[in-house]
Ligand binder design. Sequence first.
Ligand code: ZN
Ligand code: ZN
Length: 336
Amino acid sequence: MDPAPAFRVTYWGVTGSYPRPQPAAELATSLAHLLGAATEHHGQEAISAALGDTAGLEQLFAARDGESPCFFGGDTTCIQITAGDQLFIVDAGTGLRLLSQQLARTTGLRGNIFLTHAHFDHLCALPFFEPLYDPTARFLVRGAQRVLAAMERIGLPNSDLSGTFLPQTVDQMPGLMGCAAIEAGESLRCADVTVSTFALNHPGGSLAYRFDRAGKSIVIATDHEQAETPDSALAKFAQGADLLYMDAQYLQREYAGETGIGDEAPQARIGWGHTPIEACLPTAIAAGVKRLDLGHHEPRRSDAMLRELDGYARQLPNAGGSLRAGLAYQGLTVNV
Ligand SMILES: [Zn+2]
Ligand SMILES: [Zn+2]
């Protein structure tokens, strides 16, 4: 049996900017791809045999290693990291409600919620995280002081913005132990895990987090616009990581304004705080990371467009194959 991994990473939301429920008009395209891929892999008979059997179909349609998934999901940023019996959550985008559903029946939960920044797509599901309402749970929210100060203005019962964005206030959350500031460049220990931070280049700022445990490391660097390629400072922070998750919202031609996204008119996206895919690979190579998961997907893209992009990302220069790069998708779990 394999030894227990140092980290188990699950992506609950990898869409950028705003949630993207799949339009009904796209379902037929996704279904056709799904059936085609499953038939190719398992044969027509296996598909016929599985019809009407939900568990059997789920197995047939499960994403296979090395292949693009049929669905990338449309929830915004939320990444679960477990390290032994410790639970870490990076960001509270709409993906957090899926994790909340999974954890809802577990009492006595302990965890740390690390916020990269306070943009809505990274924060909006925090009041809907059910363990916060469980008196047996103990969660600490961590992030830059300016992020926590903004949250206090929204969530404290007597603050000026209390009740403006949502009815819940923090005094109704017995599972929330409090907030603790961590600034760029600082690090902390959570039992046998070291968590370090790095300032990303994003309007209003964003923090990258690095988790180190038992000789393994993972880095979450989302909402970042590289000022140079490769990004030497980020590469230094992510040096030797086993897994690097990066914001890769655009293609270079979309970023430069040469083409639009989908049928949109071209517009330059320089200064918007995100990095084109083509610029992520050289940084990951400079950092010597083993696996690069690209995320913060542009919400204008359909699953079919993301599948195409995944294929494109996989054939970009990848240090002779030593870097495994591809698009992250919702529901993907990686053991490190
Ligand atoms: Zn974002
Ligand atoms: Zn942002």
